[in-house]
Design a protein around this ligand. Structure first.
Ligand code: NAI
Length: 318
């Protein structure tokens, strides 16, 4: 079909492509003409062990369907080796899908350094290492597309997942900066917070819910974002799953402005606390507040209100 979004001649690296979402991406790009690097360490969802089987099965499936794919069994922490597989097998890399991930769920009280460190290594260092190794190729050819994988747990918090939440929100800052640095070289970077049935979610969601959260339904958004026809969408955060896709953005409250003089005290801030919480005229911020301009504005203010600790009206206990 000529109106398909095709990826002929392009090389797509999918990390953690041995199962779940990564497998769905790999099979799709293989079917749409791309050369696919199927990376997977093949360990447990807690990051224990390793096996070549997970990646091999997906490579075989792509090849049997007439596509082109090679396996890579390195941990994403060894991003150089992952990207090297693409260069050696296909001579180029066009798209990097940073998808590999594990869980080490435990309440913060019981979190160990090992649980924290492993999650940071796989999600944060892994995404960094793969992108870092791909970057010179993207810059040289003035073309690159990157998807990083966040999570609702990172955006909103999730009980028992403080390590994972921290690592997943890191993907947002990482992506937004890569987007800024990459745009000049036609390197577009976006971040998704997916939801899908996989071994990661199968123990926490009931079967009827899992049934409507097919990994395949995350694929169209990713395909659109990394296709050459996307020339502008970059640095964006998307929620995606179960057939729903939406964009998230920051919202800044109206804010309190106080005069920066000796009357600027915690009590004077309390008197203006409602302004801090006032979202009636939100700014959809894509950068920091104009602090210099606001400072000039604040100079024009009269002295600050005196206020008392009771001005919070019980909203915050002091
Ligand atoms: P999954 O467990 O089915 O797939 C993850 C794959 O990554 C596995 O095949 C695993 O072997 C591989 N992997 C793990 N550590 C690796 C490493 N160091 N190097 C290379 N490969 C490694 O999980 P799923 O659900 O497909 O997750 C994919 C991504 O989406 C992950 O980053 C996950 O955190 C994220 N995510 C998934 C959600 C969901 O609802 N399934 C929700 C939010 C985020």
């Amino acid at each position: 079909m000529s109106d398909q979004l095709r990826f002929d001649g392009q090389t797509v690296v999918v990390t953690g492509a041995g199962g779940g979402l990564g497998k769905a991406y790999a099979l799709f790009f293989g079917a749409r003409g791309a050369n696919v690097v199927v990376n997977d360490l093949g360990g447990s969802f807690k990051g224990e062990g390793a096996s070549s089987k997970a990646a091999d099965v997906v490579v075989d499936e792509i090849k049997q369907a007439g596509g082109k794919a090679v396996a890579n069994y390195d941990s994403v922490e060894n991003g150089e080796a992952v990207i090297d597989t693409a260069i050696k097998a296909f001579g180029r890399i066009d798209v990097l899908l940073n998808n590999a991930g594990i869980l080490r769920d435990v309440s913060f009280k019981n979190m160990t350094d090992a649980d924290w460190d492993l999650i940071m290594k796989v999600h944060v260092t892994g995404a960094y290492k793969c992108a870092r190794a791909a970057w010179p190729h993207f810059r040289k050819q003035k073309y690159g597309r990157v998807i990083n994988t966040a999570s609702a747990a990172g955006l909103f918090g999730s009980f028992g997942q403080c390590n994972y939440s921290a690592a997943k929100l890191a993907q947002v800052g990482f992506t937004e900066t890569l987007a800024k640095e990459g745009i000049k070289y036609n390197i577009l970077c976006n971040v998704i917070a997916p939801i899908a049935a996989s071994r990661m979610t199968e123990t926490v969601m009931p079967p009827d819910v899992l049934e409507v959260l097919k990994p395949d339904w995350v694929v169209p958004l990713v395909a659109v974002l990394v296709h050459p026809s996307n020339k502008t969408e970059t640095g964006s955060i998307f929620e995606v799953g179960g057939g729903h896709m939406a964009k998230l953005r920051w919202e800044r409250s109206n804010g309190a402005l106080l005069k920066a003089d000796s009357t600027f005290t915690p009590e004077s801030l309390l008197a203006k606390w409602d302004d801090v919480n006032d979202f009636s005229k939100p700014q959809y911020a894509s950068g920091p507040a104009d602090f210099m301009g606001l400072l000039e504005e604040s100079k024009k203010l009269d002295s600050n209100p005196k206020g008392t600790p009771f001005d919070l009206k019980g909203k915050v206990a002091l």
